[in-house]
Ligand binder design. Structure first.
Ligand code: 5AD
Ligand code: SF4
Ligand code: FES
Length: 348
């Protein structure tokens, strides 16, 4: 049933501590009932920080001269994927800044093909490589990618226009999402919470957008200002606790109203509080994306301030996350894809 907008607004407006606790508890009940208490790992490989875009909020935007740009070699990316496979991670996510040139898109096609064959088709492959032509999405799907993450950032086109330069198109982002669904990808999207100019009504409309677009997976996190961006001034008086609360509330309300989607507890939550990702799980999320990027590249992939684990490596993050997850009484679904129930249901 389509969620009721007024009810969404009411839930997203809760600020009383006790009522908030009740909201998280209710979301946790829905999660337990519908998707269970198993957390699925998606090891994330941050393939490259080259980006042709200039989103006002992002630390690796093209116009930031203070980033040293890198692109992994195929062998580097492959060895991270092999590591994840050997650890029993069900899937990996390959993410990078946006590039649409054939040199890049062909490289990805080859990489996906090799990962698929190296893992005998067992390792799930999610891509998060921005807006592309339908042909490229099709090539990557044929090569073996079966999930795609492309955040809409906000479902409100006017707000989108305030967060991006004029040549960045909300409409194109939407048509990319629709292409992905049409091609058969398990499709993930998401928004940032606490964006400049964003209202609670916007967040309620975001949830209706997820419902209307029949989205399978969600990756959402609080906006965290970055010093080398046009939004640097929002660092002044930035309230971590408030930002964290807004992010958790959004997860909880999505779980309660959308029920069977996969929801990630994102790293940005951990940037605001050392136990932020556990809080995300307790508010209804069921997916964790451990960073498996080689340590030498991590400092150059900072989309926001305070990103954790810059000095850690894949193995430390694994141990750390395992402890965090078991500490709240949940288990990890090793060697399983952990597909979105929403997606499976739609396919019958
Ligand atoms: N704070 C939080 N999230 C951010 N992203 C980009 N910049 C920031 C920021 N400053 C998110 C966007 C993008 C994803 C890869 O990272 O939502 O889609
Ligand atoms: Fe590039 Fe993505 Fe950052 Fe936008 S959010 S500048 S597309 S990496
Ligand atoms: Fe990376 Fe804790 S999650 S060290």
């Amino acid at each position: 049933m389509r969620p009721d907008r007024n009810e969404l607004i009411r839930l997203l407006s809760i600020s009383d501590k006790q009522e908030l606790e009740n909201l998280y508890k209710r979301a946790y009940q829905v999660k337990t009932q519908i998707v269970g208490r198993t957390v699925y790992f998606r090891g994330i490989i941050e393939l490259s920080n080259f980006c042709i875009k200039n989103c006002f909020y992002c630390g690796i935007r093209k116009a930031n001269p203070n980033v040293s740009r890198y692109m992994m070699t195929k062998d580097e990316a492959l060895s991270s994927a092999i590591w994840a496979y050997e650890q029993g991670y069900g899937s990996i996510v390959i993410q990078s800044g946006e590039r649409e040139d054939p040199e890049f898109t062909d490289f990805v096609t080859e990489l996906v093909t090799e990962i698929k064959s190296m893992s005998k088709g067992e390792l799930g492959i999610t891509l998060s490589l921005g807006e592309q032509s339908e042909k490229v999405y099709q090539d990557w799907f044929n090569a073996g990618a079966h999930r795609y993450l492309l955040r809409i950032e906000t479902s409100n086109p006017e707000l989108y226009a305030k967060l991006h330069p004029h040549d960045h198109s909300w409409q194109r982002r939407l048509s990319c999402l629709r292409s992905l669904k049409k091609l058969g990808y398990q499709t993930g999207t998401g928004v940032m919470t606490g964006l400049p100019y964003q209202t609670i009504d916007d967040l309620a409309d975001d949830i209706l957008f997820f419902y209307d677009e029949d989205i399978d997976m969600l990756g959402m996190g609080p906006f965290i200002p970055h010093q080398d961006t046009p939004f640097v001034d929002y660092l002044n008086g930035f309230d971590n606790e408030c930002a964290l609360e807004r992010g958790l509330k959004m997860i909880a309300v999505c779980r309660i109203s959308l029920k069977d989607v996969n929801i990630a507890s994102t790293t940005a939550l951990q940037a605001l509080n050392p136990t932020g990702r556990e809080m995300g799980l307790l508010a209804g999320a069921n997916i964790i994306m451990p960073n498996i990027t080689d340590t030498k590249y991590r400092e150059n992939y900072q989309l926001y301030e305070g990103k954790p684990c810059l000095d850690e490596n894949a193995s430390l993050c694994r141990g750390c996350l395992e402890r965090r997850i078991t500490s709240i009484g949940e288990s990890i679904g090793y060697k399983q894809w952990g597909d979105s129930r929403h997606y499976l249901k739609a396919r019958g």
